[in-house]
Design a binder for this molecule. Structure first.
Ligand code: MTE
Ligand code: MO
Length: 509
């Protein structure tokens, strides 16, 4: 109990100090991030599949749980010998300090929150321990000066009241510090207003989706706040737009450094692009459509002058995370860009503020570097990126796929006239020709397609259906403009993206 409370005080103090310096150096977050990086790929896959977007909360919860169990042990040890308990606490903090200092972009001052956590934790433990050992002033004989502690005979009972008051005060302190830390971090995370230039190449006007007429189908443009998020971070980096810059280096004629204002001066393109995660299983949620505004990657590379022999564009984010993009694919004429706005607003922190890469047709893990700070022209032989080190593919074009949004898995619907509907996407250039639906293993029937927002964007579809009572098996598949049909051959997301055809069972009553 004491150990747990003292540790909470320490962790909260560390979190508060970290929110002022660098939120990622908070002891819990540092350890949590380290756990993410060390988790073997199959286990990560399993976590994403079972906890979905809750995977981070589950992780933080387990790290905290583990720490608190050790903290309780520290508390018990401290009751016997204070030094032992304090030592165990210090070991815990040392682990946090070590991980905070070993993050890719760590600075020396990242150790400060852990030091504060250590001081506060051990201090709290000492206070509680002393209270517990202090004689109860109410039941003791009136104090006389000088106080003579009995050297033999029955020891006075420790003051229960003193312990409770001390524990309560510490609990309140921990809660206040923890809460303040969160508040400060989110206050510092608010975005500055940016006046965006008019795009030199605006996107065509965006068609109205069919979601209004066919409720349950994913909106043609996903609300920014509903857009899926996948990254290795527990927090979001707080980037100061005035000191941020985008650097281009490696095998280039001259190194380039551009401030955010420099970027704003360049010609902007605006594009509707569908982003997909390689970890998405067939029918899964990690795919979204948005309108992006940014500078063409080709224009930026031209400023630097790319030398012969380059086959990888290695992007580095503000914390040293790396993503490798195949050079020949990113520069084959597709609208690869460094985006600074999403659906007309600055990129939200979660999606890469102040700038990120967007490359149509490539999975996010080999293209969509958020919080980007450096673009290095290099080779796969010379440099490995984060996921390549974890054995994921280097060349992974998005596989054509489709999803049934409505009816839902295991949903019970009423018999009669209804519809089946969803979303589908094909690779760039080819575009999309058809979506087909199969009911109870019958013939594949052509669905009606929603409006097109270009070849780099997904498309809605629906098929009228007269649902007979009973249980039904529904599937869908997409056929692209070059005649390729979405394969039924099942593949897991690792190492280059899932394939197969979604099958779901619905009940009609
Ligand atoms: N810096 C950084 N960029 C990143 C990632 C990351 O972990 N760190 N994750 C990538 C992955 S796997 C995907 S699918 C996309 C997701 O982008 P979103 O979160 O904006 O949807 O971002 C990519 N960019
Ligand atoms: Mo991803």
């Amino acid at each position: 109990m004491f150990g747990v409370l003292a540790t909470l005080v320490g962790v909260a103090a560390g979190h508060l100090v970290a929110s002022l310096l660098n939120p990622a150096s908070s002891p819990v977050l540092a350890v949590g991030s380290q756990v993410i990086d060390l988790t073997p790929t199959p286990m990560k896959e399993w976590a994403i599949e079972h906890f979905g977007s809750n995977d981070k909360r589950v992780l933080i919860g387990s790290v905290m749980g583990g720490v608190l169990v050790l903290a309780a042990v520290a508390g018990l040890l401290a009751r016997r010998r204070f030094v032992l308990g304090a030592a165990l606490q210090l070991v815990l903090v040392a682990v946090a300090a070590f991980t905070a200092l070993h993050r890719p972009a760590a600075e020396a001052r990242d150790v400060v929150p852990s030091l504060v956590a250590a001081a506060a934790g051990v201090g709290a433990l000492w206070l509680l321990d002393r209270r517990a050992a202090a004689p109860d002033t109410r039941s003791a004989t009136p104090l006389t000066w000088p106080v003579t502690m009995p050297t033999s005979g029955p020891q006075p009972a420790p003051s229960r009241r003193g312990v409770l008051v001390g524990a309560g005060a510490l609990a309140v302190t921990a809660a206040v510090m923890g809460g303040a830390g969160r508040r400060i971090a989110s206050y510092r995370a608010r975005l500055t207003d940016i006046a965006f230039p008019r795009p030199a190449e605006p996107a065509p006007s965006f068609p109205a989706g069919i979601e209004g007429d066919f409720p349950g189908i994913t909106p043609l443009r996903v609300k920014t706040s509903d857009f899926y998020r996948v990254d290795t971070r527990l927090d979001v980096p707080i980037v100061d737009i005035d000191s941020w810059s985008l650097n281009i280096d490696g095998l280039v004629d001259k190194e380039i450094e551009l401030s955010f204002d420099d970027l704003l001066q360049m010609p902007m393109i605006e594009r509707d692009v569908t982003l997909t995660c390689v970890s998405n299983s067939v029918g899964g949620p990690y795919v979204g459509g948005a309108r992006w505004l940014g500078v063409r990657l080709a224009d930026l590379l031209e400023l630097a002058g790319v030398q012969p022999g380059v086959d990888q564009i290695l992007s580095t984010d503000v914390d040293g995370m790396t993503i490798g993009t195949p050079y020949e694919l990113a520069t084959d004429g597709r609208d690869a860009m460094i985006a600074i706005a999403m659906n007309g607003d600055p990129l939200p922190r979660e999606h890469g503020y102040p700038a990120r890469m967007v490359v149509p047709g490539l999975y996010g893990f080999i293209s969509a570097c958020k919080w980007i700070e450096r673009i290095t022209l290099t080779t796969y032989a010379a440099q490995d990126s984060y996921w390549t080190k974890r054995d994921w593919a280097t060349h992974a074009p998005i596989k054509i796929s489709s999803r049934i949004d409505t009816p839902k898995v295991l949903e019970t619907i009423t018999a009669g006239d209804t519809f089946i509907g969803g979303i589908a996407w094909a690779q760039q250039h080819g575009g999309m020709a058809k979506v087909q639906v199969q009911i109870d293993g019958g013939p594949w029937r052509d669905a009606q397609l929603g409006p097109s927002a270009g070849n780099d964007y997904w498309r809605q579809w629906h098929l009228p259906w007269t649902a007979e009572p009973g249980s039904h098996n529904l599937s869908c598949r997409v056929i692209d403009g070059q005649g390729n049909t979405q394969t039924a051959a099942r593949m897991d997301p690792f190492p280059e993206g899932s394939s197969g055809v979604q099958q779901l069972i619905v009940k009609v009553a």
